[in-house]
Design a protein around this ligand. Structure first.
Ligand code: NAP
Length: 483
């Protein structure tokens, strides 16, 4: 099964912050890969923009080094890709360089501006792009996360962007939505007859969503210590997974139809009481000499969480009574993103008490080893009566699609091409982001008011023991982090 590549129209893409870490690690390698497979046309132009003074040759050398470090490169296509690059010195919050940028843009083609700079500059950039006449009704702007740190700041950002651009021109990136397997959630749910009739509180006992990382805060300590796992992961990535798992079927796979349904899920979320929340902070690694969280952020008294688990409820007809257990953390035992849909026990066992209790479990692995496993109950082979056993019906997508299925493109590859195509389905709408903050803010305000201190947990573990209690109290338990 060879994936089809449909070239996009020629475009001009300006990367503000083109010399930054994100451009180096993600944006430039992603664009190169799309060029290499023939999706980005050779006459497209990529213009790096930042305050530091460089010429096009410097920027090509920067991009070449980045692509060699973070991507597979072959010499022929890399040279041709580098030919599409240019650079202009521009100050987002001053007047330097804008005339030079205007000269480099070609009329009559798709034009996009990627704001890969600190969020404090988003408003300045939107204003200057508009005031310098660089945008028309079809121009797109791409903004990176974090989109605010609470409802107030997210609203202010939305307002600053809306002063110069229509919502249909604003592409807010949550790179999780660009992951092949995350989109597959919609295909699994709405492309199959099998699951949807059972996808409700009548048949589903509970749902677990886990996004576990093995890495610590690394070089992002300063930012992370002001954010924590709730703002950095739960409010956006886990919230998006929750929406895709819980939303009603949209009438069609169209940007606003999908985003309307996601928004309804967020708005139906109940407030989360304190005893449904567990925050944790990792200690030093025993075996790998890695620093503890407090050492990594250089604050021996930090009370920021590097782990959070919580129990959420969605108050609507489909989900009333079905808890959603969400957890995410750093320095955990494995890197994995997985969703477990635990079905209820059969209403009556015809096999009697001794057959034990058995329930189906659908495990959706987003990474690694993308695939799904359905645990089904069968008779244990052999004589000696009707004993039941649960066995996995397992499918790994890579095996099912065969070697020609190839590696899925990186999330940024898909998302940037969607910007050029003008498809907003995988981007967060302003009201969606605000609703997510409206749910998050009181949770954070609650623990700040209580002076809550995160529970310590060992690096390389599954998180604090208190998170196990969260489920044990409901006679449930977490599935393994590494399914
Ligand atoms: P970074 O490494 O600090 O780079 C910032 C870039 O912005 C540099 O190119 C810098 O170049 C430029 N810049 C700063 N002030 C400017 C101004 N006044 N006018 C024009 N350019 C200016 O930051 P980053 O890590 O790439 O992050 C960029 C954005 O992506 C941030 O919003 C961040 O939160 C988000 N993000 C990053 C990552 C990541 O993995 N890095 C992941 C998710 C989201 P000059 O100093 O030369 O101007």
């Amino acid at each position: 099964m060879v994936s089809r590549v449909i070239p996009v129209d020629p475009f001009d893409l300006v990367i503000f912050g083109g010399t930054g870490d994100l451009a180096r690690r993600k944006i430039l390698p992603a664009l190169y890969q799309r060029f290499r497979v023939g999706q980005m046309p050779p006459d497209a132009r990529l213009i790096g923009a930042a305050r530091s003074s460089h010429d096009a040759a410097d920027y090509r050398a920067f991009a070449e080094a980045a692509i060699r470090e973070f991507s597979d490169a072959d010499r022929g296509s890399l040279a041709a890709f580098l030919d599409t690059l240019d650079y202009v010195t521009v100050d987002a919050s001053g007047e330097t360089g804008w005339a030079g940028l205007a000269e480099r843009l070609q009329p009559g083609r798709v034009r996009a501006f990627y704001f890969s700079v600190a969020p404090g500059l988003f408003g300045d950039l939107a204003e200057r792009v508009r005031l310098h006449g660089l945008a028309d009704a079809d121009t797109r702007i791409v903004v990176e996360k974090p989109f605010g740190r609470d409802l107030g700041s997210a609203r202010a950002l939305n307002k600053a962007l809306a002063a110069h651009f229509d919502e249909s021109q604003i592409y807010r990136i949550d790179h999780y939505l660009g992951k092949e397997t995350v989109q597959n959630l919609m295909a699994i749910r709405f492309g199959n007859m099998l699951f949807e009739p059972l996808w409700n509180s009548q048949y589903v006992d509970h749902i677990q969503i886990t996004v576990a990382e093995t890495v610590g805060v690394g070089g992002r300590g300063e930012y992370y210590d002001r954010a924590g796992a709730m703002r950095d992961m739960m409010q956006n990535h886990l919230m998006q997974l929750l929406c895709l798992i819980a939303m009603e079927p949209p009438a069609k796979f169209d940007p606003d139809a999908v985003r309307d349904e996601k928004l309804k899920v967020i708005r139906a979320l109940d407030p989360v009481p304190p005893h449904h929340i567990v925050r944790g902070q990792y200690g030093a690694g025993d075996s790998d000499n890695q620093p503890s969280y407090r050492e990594a952020v250089d604050d021996p008294r930090s009370t920021t969480e590097s782990y959070i688990a919580l129990k959420a409820h969605i108050s609507n007809w489909r989900w009333a009574g079905t808890p959603f257990y969400l957890r995410t953390g750093k320095r955990l035992v494995a890197r994995s993103s997985v969703i477990n849909v635990a079905f209820k026990d059969a209403p009556h066992s015809i096999f009697g008490e001794e057959a034990g209790r058995h329930a189906n479990l659908l495990t959706i692995r987003l990474q690694p080893n993308e695939g799904i496993t359905l645990r089904v109950t069968i008779k244990e082979p052999g004589p000696g009566g009707m004993r039941l056993v649960d066995v996995p019906l397992d499918m790994t997508f890579a095996e099912a699609l065969g070697p020609e299925g190839g590696d899925p493109p990186d999330a940024y590859e898909r998302l940037i091409m969607d910007v050029i195509r003008g498809n907003q389905t995988l981007f967060m709408r302003g009201d969606e982001v605000e609703a997510a903050w409206a749910w998050t803010d009181p949770i954070i305000a609650g623990w700040e008011a209580r002076g809550d201190v995160p529970k310590p947990y060992d690096s390389g573990s599954v998180g604090p023991a208190e998170a196990d209690q969260l489920l044990k109290r409901d006679q449930r338990q977490w599935r393994g982090i590494n399914p």
